[in-house]
Design a protein around this ligand. Structure first.
Ligand SMILES: NC(=O)c1ccc[n+]([C@@H]2O[C@H](COP(=O)([O-])OP(=O)(O)OC[C@H]3O[C@@H](n4cnc5c(N)ncnc54)[C@H](OP(=O)(O)O)[C@@H]3O)[C@@H](O)[C@H]2O)c1
Length: 336
């Protein structure tokens, strides 16, 4: 008997755009040596774009979106990853859920290079949070390679209640940094303080336009998930010799700035491109994160669960900046 299962399918055709639940069989899945029964798939901002008619990130049609997933291996031809193992899978947004079927599906097939086995201490939801932290960890590594240390001064995280932003706040705080957080959600101040932020700024303050090329020096570094006018603010307010890790575009792509912060304060704007991160560096980041004691925040505070049917609603809310932490699509019943 052929196994039939459900997946969220996005189609771009000459007749228009559609998104909905469709039945698939194992033969519909892309190649790979590992078949996974998916427990949870995290919804990233790039997934929200893939689920939008105007998002322009999907490189295939039809496409099951879903950049990353957690679940249990049900078929494997790689002895390193036996059947029954709990794993995280994804390629950091390069092809999975973009150019080939991804995690918004009850079953997914992937190459074994994309597999991260979960230690017994890490559940499926925790793994989704740790995965969001990998982007933050890559940004922090680049900032530190450019001289950032806790002694240099406070670090600002923008879009701080988002998936990457919230995990960046937590990681920086656990690594001994003084962390400031900017948010468009004043009601989430308590959450940001719980994650480790000691100062909260409003979205208005960090995105207000200004004609001044330089303002008071405040930040030794920053992790910017927002872009647009917020990136311009960061350029004006970064301390001499400081650095900005530009990782996201949730607030817009276009910004207006001058060269003065670059040539009068020597600041660095570092582009963070997770999909280009080599696999061995991903492994290293993963191992480093696993080794930090008490790193992950409360799952209840930072994750919410939805069903496959909810994906269009949740991804639209995400593009409007209305979600917080990581929203997880629940695919299979499991005990955790
Ligand atoms: N470069 C890379 O390789 C890479 C890797 C991962 C993610 N990213 C990017 O990083 C960004 C965040 O990803 P994510 O998955 O964490 O998304 P997310 O969970 O939706 O978080 C984005 C956060 O940005 C803030 N925001 C939303 N709309 C905004 C607006 N119009 N103006 C200002 N702030 C706004 C909100 O936080 P507040 O309400 O707290 O302000 C929101 O929660 C996305 O642009 C994503 O594409 C890039």
């Amino acid at each position: 008997m052929t196994l039939t299962f459900r997946a969220c399918m996005v189609r771009h055709t000459p007749d228009g755009f559609s998104i909905g639940i469709e039945p698939l069989t194992i033969d519909d899945l892309p190649p790979g040596d590992i078949l996974i029964q998916v427990a949870y798939a995290a919804i990233n901002y790039k997934d929200a774009l893939a689920c939008s008619p105007t998002g322009r990130v999907a490189q295939a049609s039809p496409l099951v979106p879903g950049l990353e997933l957690t679940g249990t291996i049900v078929e494997s031809s790689d002895p390193r990853f036996p059947v029954g193992s709990a794993v995280l899978a994804g390629d950091f947004g390069r092809t999975m859920g973009i150019a080939r079927h991804g995690g918004f599906s009850e079953y997914a097939r992937v190459p074994s290079e994309w597999i991260f086995p979960l230690p017994s201490t890490l559940g499926f939801k925790g793994a989704c949070l740790l995965s969001a932290m990998m982007g933050a960890a890559l940004a922090l590594r680049q900032l530190e390679e450019h001289g950032l240390t806790p002694e240099r001064g406070p670090v600002l995280v923008t879009g701080a209640t988002g998936g990457v932003g919230s995990m960046a706040v937590r990681l920086l705080a656990r690594r001994g940094y003084t962390v400031a957080a900017s948010t468009g959600k004043p009601s989430e101040q308590g959450l940001l303080q719980y994650l480790g932020a000691s100062e909260i700024l409003s979205r208005e303050e960090v995105s207000a336009p200004s004609q001044r090329p330089l303002e008071s020096e405040r930040w030794a570094g920053s992790i910017d998930t927002v872009g647009g006018s917020t990136l311009a603010y960061l350029m004006r307010t970064t301390k001499k010799g400081g650095a900005i890790a530009s990782i996201g575009v949730a607030g817009g792509a276009v910004f207006q700035a001058t060269v003065y912060p670059l040539i009068l304060r020597g600041i660095q704007v570092l582009g963070i491109d997770c999909p280009s991160c080599p696999q061995d560096l991903r492994w290293q980041l993963w191992q480093e994160l696993l080794a930090i004691p008490d790193l992950l925040p409360s799952e209840a505070a930072l994750t919410s669960e939805v069903a496959l049917e909810d994906i269009p609603t949740v991804t639209a809310a995400m593009l409007n900046g209305q979600t917080k932490g990581r929203t997880l699509v629940r695919l299979a019943q499991h005990s955790e």
